[in-house]
Write a protein that binds this ligand. Structure first.
Ligand code: GLV
Ligand code: GLV
Length: 324
């Protein structure tokens, strides 16, 4: 029987699965993310065997040293840029994530942001609620149509693929994309055109949706220079990780109107948001909720539990990103 620490409450299903396997589960009682110091204190309190952590927890050498007994950290997220894999390797700790189950939710959310920006829904909703609607007008809140327009996908993994499929078959958009490798399945399913550079995607797309992991090579993938390559009427969507965009540069472009709009679910210095973005009408901003559906957050919880339960009986978990 193992002792497991969970850094913040997650949906019960996974907790119940861990307990049903005979393990003791201690869940942080704080109603919020632990600070790094609180995390270290919590982990030093007991020789835990496993830890469930969140994308808001920075997991590095200090953390592994605080609980040397824990040989698995199961991240409640698909992205694992919050974890130093080098430090995990040095500490002999296995790392798992929750891919697959959130793909559809995030793809639907990216589509929602595309539509919200193109049709100006949040802006129009705010206007209507303010009591400003005084009758139908020919040019009230003119948006753009998406049919026949080009969607540029940066990062054609599972999520990028599902966004492209929905946009192509559902909205009638043409697809262009860039990734470190070509995707035969994407090209077959959507007639997508591959470009070897990010710039070529930006030059040709009316809507650009980002689905890359956060890596040194993707940090500020979209910067002031690259923004200049985008069409003047273009829309930029980010449901991946905030630091992929130079947020200040994007705010400047939105303010100057050099691109049409942006839909952002993630921010460079989360939860802080560049000040200008807060007041720009052409930015739709949401609090990192792309995977936040009842179905998906439950499935993520179950997967985290499966990863830990498998590991603790000596099996290789299904979703290993680093196996010690
Ligand atoms: C959410 O952002 C995740 O990586 O799961
Ligand atoms: C993440 O699930 C991805 O591969 O896009």
């Amino acid at each position: 029987m193992a002792q497991i620490f969970v850094t913040r409450h997650i949906p019960d299903i996974g907790i119940n699965m861990l307990r049903a396997a005979g393990h003791t589960v201690e869940i942080s009682k704080k109603n919020g993310a632990l600070t790094h110091a609180e995390l270290l204190d919590a982990l030093r309190a007991y020789p835990y065997d496993a830890v469930v952590c969140l994308l808001t927890d920075t997991i590095n050498k200090e953390v592994f040293d605080a609980v040397p007994t824990a040989k698995i950290f199961a991240n409640y997220a698909v992205g694992y840029d919050n974890i130093s894999l080098t430090d995990a390797k040095d500490a002999g700790v296995t790392i798992t994530n929750t891919p697959g189950v959130l793909t559809d939710s995030v793809a639907e959310f990216a589509l929602s942001l595309i539509l919200a920006v193109a049709k100006r829904i949040p802006e129009a909703d705010a206007y209507t609620r303010k009591g400003l609607y005084d009758g139908w007008a020919p040019e009230l809140f003119l948006g753009i149509d998406l049919k026949g327009k080009t969607l540029g996908i940066l990062g054609a993994g599972r999520i990028g693929y599902e966004v492209a499929v929905r946009a192509h078959h559902g909205l009638g958009m043409q697809i262009v994309y860039n990734d470190v490798q070509k995707s035969a399945v994407l090209e077959k399913e959507t007639k997508a055109v591959y470009y070897t550079t990010t710039e070529d995607v930006l030059k040709n797309a009316d809507v650009v949706s980002i689905h890359v992991p956060l890596l040194p090579s993707t940090t500020h993938l979209i910067n002031a220079d690259r923004l200049k390559h985008m069409k003047s009427g273009a829309i930029l969507i980010n449901t991946s990780r905030g630091p992929v965009i130079d947020e200040q540069a994007l705010a400047n472009a939105l303010k100057a109107g050099t691109i049409r709009g942006a839909g952002l679910d993630v921010f460079e210095m989360e939860p802080k948001i560049v000040k200008e973005l807060m007041s720009l009408q052409n930015a739709v901003i949401t609090p990192h909720i792309a995977s936040a559906t009842e179905e998906t957050r439950n499935k993520m919880s179950a997967i985290v539990a499966e990863n830990i339960n498998d590991f603790l009986v000596g099996e290789i978990p299904n979703n290993v990103v680093h196996l010690a």
